[in-house]
Design a protein around this ligand. Sequence first.
Ligand code: HMG
Ligand code: MG
Length: 306
Amino acid sequence: MQTRVKVVEVSPRDGLQNEKAEVSTQTKVTLIEMLAKAGIPNVEAASFVSPKWVPQMRDGADVMRDIKRHPHTWYSALTPNLKGYEAAVQAQADEVVIFGAASETFSQKNINCSIAESLERFRPVAEAAHRDRIALRGSISCCLGCPYEGSITPDQVVSVVDRMIDLGCHEIDIADTIGVGTPEKTKRVYEAIASRYALSQFSGHFHDTYGQAIANVYAALEVGVAIFHGSVAGLGGCPYAKGATGNVATEDLVYLLHGLRIDTGIDFDALCAAGAFISEALGKRNQAKAGPAWLSQKSTATNSYL
Ligand code: HMG
Ligand code: MG
């Protein structure tokens, strides 16, 4: 199995984009700084999308301006079009993320265009990113199922992967947007991708709606995936994917990885503190299992269980 995995933290974006209550810019800044201090190498810090579509992300420029940056951390931003790209560059994002879908209906609901139109819209973003030497990541929603169309085949995913590769994405996220995937389905989609590309540039972005996210991570590890997204306290969800709950909690993900002797460079205790901080700020129950467990036991535990 892999000896090192990159963890991409998506709570400031995927987590907070879905919160009904107003979250202050300062709370977002504190969360991002705690995550970077915990050793997270890549934080999705903002989303430069239409504020009419996702008002929760409208202060992205302020967040990016106010964070104290750590040299070991990349700060990424979602950019659906050139307007978003320009805002992300202005905000000094280290990486921009174009986001499409393997499902036609979800593409329409989320970004108001077909898959083909979205890929045409991403082309100028990709060209600008290459020109400006900014890393370009691609995210593909609904790879394991769609809230509107149901089942999605690995071939549907691979056809979008092909286009994201053509656009020059250095990394591509395989997302289970509504958390319906199972380990078997997860393996099948990566095996289809692996028949054409090296898996080293693909990540796993698993939501936990059906409680399978950590099992899906393990299945993806077994086929060779070495990049995983997590969200502290299990925050997350997409406003255009009804019923979808949070991402796999980063605390649970890191506990699993460290238990497998896979290095992440992350300080587990500091990560758990970030999850506790945002849960308290939101007044929500922490959805992670490992975070609250560790924080309640660490004062009496003589040693880490790992
Ligand atoms: P549209 O309405 O078709 O776009 O939306 P438009 O070009 O006609 O513009 C409409 C208005 O939005 C205009 O303003 C534009 O200026 C403005 P108006 O003239 O009406 O005042 N606008 C923008 N403003 C700020 N930044 C921009 C921008 N672009 C246009 N970049 C659009 C198309 C893509 C903009 C819209 O559908 C949108 O913003 N969608 C975003 C949806 C979203 O953020 N979803 C959540 C993130 S994806 C996700 O969570 C999945 C993921 O986690 C993986 C997974 O789990 O699956 C990544
Ligand atoms: Mg997501």
